[in-house]
Write a protein that binds this ligand. Sequence first.
Ligand code: ADP
Ligand code: MG
Length: 490
Amino acid sequence: MLIDIVKSYDKDKKQFLLSIWEQVVKHLATQNDPKKIFSFLKNVWIVNIDENEQAVYVWVPNEFVMTQVKKFFGKQLKESVKEIYNPQFDTKFAVYTPFNNGGDLTTDLKKLLNLKENKKEHTIEPKIKNKLSEFFGILFDPIYSFENFVAWANNNFAFSAAKAVSENPGTAYNPLFIYWNVWLGKTHLMQSIGNKIMAEHPDKIVIYLPTSKLIDEIVDALRKNKLNNLLAKFNDIDVLLLDDVQFLSWKDKTQEIFHNIFNDFHMKKKQVILSGDRPPKELINIEPRLKSRFGLWIVVDIKSPDFETRIAILQSKLETKWEEIDYELLEVVAKYITNNVRELEWALNILITRKKLMWNTLNEQDVIAALETLGYTHSEQKIDMNKIAEWNKKSTQNFGNIVEMVGQYYNLSVSELKSDSRKKEITTTRQILMLLAKRYFGWTLEKIGDYFGGKNHASVIYAVNNVEKKLKTDNNLAHDYNVFVEWIEG
Ligand code: ADP
Ligand code: MG
């Protein structure tokens, strides 16, 4: 076992491992904020270098830290080790229970990174932080940052507000309410705020929750009679990010409980960041009192990106993916897809895959074919701007999008919806989707059956009839159905 190996190291070996680690950290510091490095890597170090396996083993104290380190520094660590030590060597993570704090293998990161003492750092119990993150799940994705969010005239204000909040959480702009249509970057911006606060204020407990998760937690706590436990958890949070609050609609009990949580945060000057698909006062079936709290401080919105911005977004995505595609081809994509950033990204992913399959050559035909798979169909092989406008309209109505959005709404994955699962919530949602496909997309029963995992004609008829009946008696379902129709009709 590794720990025993460490015991057998002589002084030189320890010194050697330590110096490699220090160089790796310094290398990381050329690309990252030192505070971020400190908050994620302070309990991490190189424990062994195995020449036979060509592996550098990085020691992490527990699974939780490992997930965080992998997420936030995994790729960079691997690259730095290759750069500093040996390009042939891979980086592996080893989890062991603490042993003499690493002893001679650890370095004083603060000194190494020239960080000043931060008194606050010691005020938070790391245990609480870990427990909370474990409880709510680590829902931050480090891919989302201010650096790779493209700001343009229409979203500049939102972008600056988000930055201001991340710099001084709790003091200015509390709450911050961000609203946009779907797929225009709300989650990206929110998560950028969270990632930034975590990096700048390692002492703060930052929690991101999709509203569906909050609802689940509250329902669960009520059922188990453990609401107080849940509320106590919120007590320890410093910054709360709640995404897609429109889903609180009709959930009266959740609204009431969240109202209390919200007031408490507000009173204690703890930052709350909310997002929704429309401005607070237009939210449907949400308590007016709560809506007015949401709009209390700053509400920022955004419109769809213009052509130049769409190109810039495509380029920024390519950069994060370390890929290259000719500018002219990006132009074609940006001309077709006008109001949906997620689809820009999907198109890009398809192109990247195609490029790899095509020995790195891509032409306009490939781009058009890729766009066709996203529902931008046309018969001629040249681009006609009128047609493009029409396709754009169709694309927002693309059934695949609706399936994904409805899935997100109920917290179900597309593959679950297409599966044979007979779980009630999945069956009902699937039936609703089948009805939408029939009524709003003009799909034949065969096509619907095929789409949902090869179901036969009879079972599609049954499903559609069944859900039509349910819609007449189940108000909640009818409400949801209307929301979906609204999405489709735009
Ligand atoms: P929303 O939460 O509004 O539905 P997301 O934040 O999930 O939208 O955005 C959808 C996709 O588009 C994500 O991959 C996101 O990174 C990307 N995206 C949206 N807006 C921008 C932007 N301004 N710059 C770069 N990427 C963006
Ligand atoms: Mg979102």
